[in-house]
Design a protein around this ligand. Structure first.
Ligand code: ADP
Length: 213
């Protein structure tokens, strides 16, 4: 099985940028967020269970998940969030696993924003790569990208794992406080390392606690 690198980091840390750079170098990119959107698009595999659990009011006329409506339901109701995650997470995981098994790249970059929050990251990837930057930089980038208010950006960051929690489980770290050129150089250096490691077979699913390099 291919080497699978779990790429994670807080919102606005630069995961998508880094993922695209690895893909351009020959890695297969598997994006958990993209799978989640596919599952909740019109006709998506999660939609029947979501409609059964939350009713037709969370489904748009086209048959997709009504995201703003669902967000407002789970915002003040942790049990609703748990029910939604119980439907979505196993489906996202299965969809990602299918893509890992079909991967043709030198190795796999498995991009999971909440890899650390989900627990046991080394059961999902052979190595954990954390993309790291300061909270001030995250806020500036998210406000620039999504037109969110600074307050909303800070609230999202506060609900995610802390930098220290992420760094504690990292095998590799990209410091994305600097320029895009600096980011590219770090990705290229890691790519050379991963391409070397990818030459040997890796067990699937990954076994936490076994050798990672
Ligand atoms: P994530 O996927 O972790 O939420 P993105 O990769 O979308 O983050 O990056 C957030 C925003 O910051 C994007 O608009 C991206 O183009 C920009 N960005 C990422 N890295 C850098 C960098 N090193 N310098 C300047 N802008 C960056």
């Amino acid at each position: 099985m291919p080497l699978v690198i779990g790429l994670t980091g807080g919102i606005g840390s630069g995961k998508s940028r880094a993922g695209a750079l690895f893909e351009a170098l020959g890695a297969t990119l598997v994006d958990a967020d993209l799978e989640s959107h596919r599952l909740t698009a019109p006709g998506g595999a999660a939609m029947p269970s979501i409609e059964a659990a939350f009713g037709p009011e969370v489904v748009t006329a086209e048959g997709a998940l009504d995201r703003p409506r669902m967000r407002s339901i789970v915002y003040g109701d942790p049990s609703a969030r748990t029910r939604l995650e119980a439907i979505l997470h196993p489906l996202i995981r299965a969809a990602c696993d299918r893509q890992v098994l079909a991967a043709t790249g030198t190795y796999v970059i498995l991009m999971i924003p909440l890899l650390v929050e989900g627990g046991e990251p080394h059961a999902r990837a052979h190595r954990v790569l954390v993309i790291d930057c300061s909270e001030a930089t995250q806020v500036a980038r998210v406000v620039g990208r999504d037109r969110l208010s600074e307050e909303t950006a800070r609230r999202i960051i506060a609900a995610q794992a802390s930098r220290a929690q992420r760094l504690a489980v990292a095998d590799d770290i990209i410091d994305n406080e600097g320029t895009e050129v600096a980011l590219t150089h770090q990705v290229e250096a890691l790519h050379r390392r991963y391409a070397r490691l990818a030459a040997r077979p890796w067990p699937w699913p990954p076994r936490p606690g076994t050798a990672r390099d």
